[in-house]
Write a new protein. Structure first.
Length: 192
């Protein structure tokens, strides 16, 4: 399968999410197609060994913020390829452009990746420019993480916040079965 078919789908998904290939009444174009990326030998070493052994690469789609600066690198793959196969290549392009966000797509399967917050995760639609701008404002607060109280039920509360009010949990005779049925988040001593 050719990447061109995936690109046609990606173009439509970008437009549906409010990204613009051309200037219109909503504002200037905020998509650049295949901008060239020049990497120095020093940057290449810093980004990783044998990065395609190229000093120049091409970003498939570079999405720009409201001020026209690089915002998101979108790496396209052919429909029959796994988008995550481009993860490291996209990360290197994003770093070269000072972008925090990456979208990996083959036109059918899409991942969104905040390089500061973890691994790519599947998305069903491309984010709008405004939604990513809002997301960008969310910055992890290390102080909050350090001060957060972690009780015995911390993990289960992140996955099933109302477990303590469920009848099977509240009934001590049923609690062991409740834990067995609901699985691994319940690796803690029961709360008394």
């Amino acid at each position: 399968m050719k990447e061109a078919t995936a690109r046609v789908k990606i173009n439509k998904l970008l437009e549906a999410a409010g990204w613009r290939f051309f200037k219109n009444g909503d504002g200037p174009a905020n998509i650049q197609l295949e901008p060239s990326v020049n990497l120095t030998a020093e940057e290449l070493d810093r980004l990783g060994e044998n990065f395609e052994k190229l000093k120049k690469g091409y970003i498939d789609f570079l999405l720009l913020n409201e001020k026209g600066f690089p915002f998101i690198v979108l790496e396209a793959k052919a429909e029959d390829k796994e988008p995550l196969a481009a993860k490291e290549q996209a990360r290197k392009y994003a770093r070269s452009q000072n972008c925090r966000f990456v979208i990996l797509s083959n036109g059918n399967l899409h991942y969104f990746w905040d390089l500061e917050r973890g691994n790519p995760y599947i998305i069903t639609a491309f984010p709008t420019p405004a939604s990513v701008l809002g997301y960008q404002k969310l910055v992890p607060d290390p102080k909050r993480l350090i001060e957060e109280v972690v009780e015995d039920d911390y993990v289960v509360l992140t996955q099933r916040p109302s477990y303590a009010s469920e009848a099977a949990w509240r009934n001590e005779d049923e609690r062991e079965r409740f834990i067995e049925v609901n699985g691994s988040p319940f690796f803690f001593a029961p709360i008394k």
